[in-house]
Design a protein around this ligand. Structure first.
Ligand code: 28G
Length: 633
């Protein structure tokens, strides 16, 4: 399969059968993330046409059924002329052959969305129906496809004004178990694109909710930053923000603003893809920024005597947007959201340091405001350290709080590595207790279904024995008093049976954490364990399946080999402790889901403010290795 192609070799390229056979290899999976990947694929092509200077508008329409999408750009229109060798229209070649279009020649497209750049043909292969419409040379052309194959010839539909490409597609239910797009995800992507490509007009229309929004920002990421800062309802230190935009081989753009808020917030993107875990570009930016600020403070004699400035002090209250476009991005980490291109470290350092130094020196009053903010951060840090020392002394004399009797604590709580597993019932608790690593893993069994706390006032929660035990074991306080820094463990892991009762219990616990200990979720401390439902023995190999789909996948992969033997677990209580350790507890082999709260829509936020309460957002579970799944609560 791995041959070296050039643009001239287009005719020897293979068809789309491999894509339908192994979709995961091309779009990462067939879950919700893979499904949305199809949209990014087409959307990125439209954006590329704009970045190359040929399109000014891109629009995305989510159709009423939520199961099909149309993307339009006003670029040059995909060529329709007949290809010399195949005598097929270029459009057909592009849509029906893998890797057609030259996007894969390194350097050909400096700006293409690297992670997604597998082409419109992949989307075509995985769509029950795809209609490509092209306006070019004063005519409108149309060609239809199904499951990667042309179903019509290229037709000319008569005269047309302007130029551009329109792609309608409906993903194939034979490939995707659930074909339902999420409007808020697509909308968010449209909005971000309009910020990262200043001047580009991006329209998103959702025909189900009959909403249409137009995103257009003539100041690009500077407007993005202004919106982020406004949402935080804090006072800005430097207005206008620092901004650098460097073109060339790699496009690097940064906007920074210091605020009175006490945390740091940096949103970073690589080729329009968010890099939530940062990476070399963020590190390089922070390094350059640190050097520029320290150098400025030093040369102007602004450092207070006897006060050390830490790197965190320099960035306290800083809000920023960082966007780079590079030829071959390499992503790393379990969620592939960390940039790993080594040269980006120095590229950012060497861009930000001189630009920020120059800016500080030409905006002296803004620079002095930033320095004052940094000094304030350092002073506050020293003061709070003094206070913390006092608190520790106080509690040491008071003695420890009494932990619940049912808790099997670990020997090393209060460390990053330590974990508490919340399990359902004493029997599962017994298994977990025997199977765990007692040094770092604590077990708290709760009795059956806990209270649904969606509408329970915090003052009433502790009257419930189970919730009281849980709260005391965690040690982080409830509601307004909840402080993740006081959590007695590095992680809180919900461990319930892999059946629907178990899922219900997990939902009730998530409701409790979401309503009454939300800071723990926001701090990334809450996880869901995935115990197996099936054990599958094939010859000498043993496999574990978390659910029905997982089981089918494993059986499918080993078809034709030794006859598989399948055991269904009744519950965690029935499992051998060793098996629970190997499949679910052992940090080296298990797969945890991290619980995150999906960001609310801006419109939701407005709504919340009007109603004086939260519009119910949804939890998002991020899997360590594989796909994402969303669950409504
Ligand atoms: C609406 C949804 C997605 C696109 C274009 C425009 C051209 C193109 C696309 O060419 C073949 C390979 C390299 C040149 C290029 C038009 C040159 C001249 C294009 C899109 C031919 C692909 N005229 N717009 N592809 N190239 N928009 N939007 O996909 O050598 S794809």
């Amino acid at each position: 399969m791995a041959k070296d192609y050039t643009a001239k070799d287009i005719t020897v390229l293979e068809g789309l059968a491999p894509v339908r056979k192994r979709p995961g290899m091309y779009i990462g999976g067939v879950g919700p993330a893979g499904l949305h990947h199809l949209v990014w694929e087409i959307f990125d092509n439209a954006i590329d046409e704009a970045m190359n200077g040929f399109a000014t508008e891109v629009s995305v329409t989510l159709h009423k059924d939520g199961a099909s999408v149309t993307v339009t750009d006003n670029g040059r229109g995909i060529p329709v002329d007949k290809h010399a060798k195949t005598k097929k229209p270029a459009l057909e070649v592009i849509m029906t052959t893998l890797h057609a279009g030259g996007k894969f020649d390194a350097g050909a497209y400096k700006t293409a969305g690297g992670l997604h750049g597998v082409g419109s043909s992949v989307v075509n292969a995985l769509s029950k129906s795809l209609v490509a419409t092209v306006k070019r040379d004063g005519k409108r052309y149309e060609m239809r496809f199904s499951r990667g194959k042309a179903t019509t010839k290229l037709k000319s539909l008569g005269p047309a004004r302007g130029t551009g490409t329109t792609i309608f597609f409906e993903p194939d239910q034979q490939i995707f178990p659930r074909v339902r797009f999420d409007a808020s995800i697509i909308r968010a992507r449209c909005e971000v694109a309009s910020f990262l490509h200043r001047g580009l007009k991006v329209t998103f229309e959702d025909l189900a909710s009959k909403t249409k929004e137009e995103f257009h920002h003539k100041n690009g990421i500077v407007d993005y930053l202004a919106q982020l800062v406004a949402e935080r309802r804090t006072t800005v230190v430097n207005d206008p923000p620092f901004h650098v935009d460097k073109g060339g081989d790699a496009r690097i753009e940064v906007a920074l603003q210091w605020t009175e808020s006490t945390d740091e917030r940096l949103l970073s993107y690589v080729n329009g893809i968010p890099t939530a875990s940062g990476g070399t570009h963020e590190n390089g930016m922070r390094a350059g920024l640190g050097k520029a600020l320290r150098n400025y403070i030093e040369t102007h004699g602004l450092a207070p005597k006897g006060l050390k400035l830490t790197t965190d002090d320099l960035r306290e209250g800083m809000v920023g947007v960082l966007s780079v476009f590079i030829a071959e991005p390499q992503f790393q980490g379990q969620t592939k959201d960390r940039l790993n291109n080594q040269d980006m470290q120095s590229a950012l350092d060497n861009t930000v340091r001189p630009a920020l130094e120059h800016w500080l020196n030409s905006n002296r009053s803004l620079a002095e405001g930033i320095v004052a903010r940094i000094v304030m951060a350092a002073r506050a840090r020293e003061a709070s350290r003094a206070a913390a020392v006092q608190v520790v002394r106080k509690s040491a004399t008071k003695g420890r709080l009494t932990l619940p009797g049912k808790l099997s604590d670990c020997t090393d709580p209060n460390t990053e590595e330590s974990e508490i597993f919340i399990v359902e019932g004493d029997s599962a608790g017994g298994t977990a207790k025997q199977g765990r690593n007692r040094k770092t893993q604590a077990i708290l069994p709760l009795r059956g279904k806990i209270l649904n706390t969606e509408c329970v006032a915090p003052s009433k929660l502790l009257a419930n024995k189970e919730l009281n035990d849980l709260t005391v074991a965690l040690g982080c306080g409830l509601a307004k008093q909840c402080d993740p820094a006081k959590l007695r463990y590095g992680r809180v892991v919900l461990l319930a049976d892999a059946d629907s009762d178990g899922h219900h219990i997990t939902t009730l616990l998530l409701t409790f954490f979401f309503r009454h200990m939300r800071p723990l979720i926001l701090a990334g401390r809450v996880y869901i364990a995935q115990p197996p439902l099936y054990r599958i023995d094939i010859g000498k190999e043993t496999h574990w399946a978390a659910d029905e789909a997982d089981k089918e996948r494993i059986l499918g992969k080993h078809k034709g080999r030794a006859k598989p033997e399948i055991t269904r677990f009744k519950g965690l209580g029935e499992m051998m402790p060793k098996v629970l350790w190997e499949t679910t507890l052992n940090p080296k082999t298990r797969r945890l889901l991290r619980v995150e709260i999906r960001e609310m829509l801006t419109t939701d936020r407005v709504f919340s403010d009007l109603m004086g309460k939260d519009a119910a957002p949804r939890f998002r579970f991020i899997m360590d290795h594989a796909d994402e799944a969303d669950v409504d609560l």
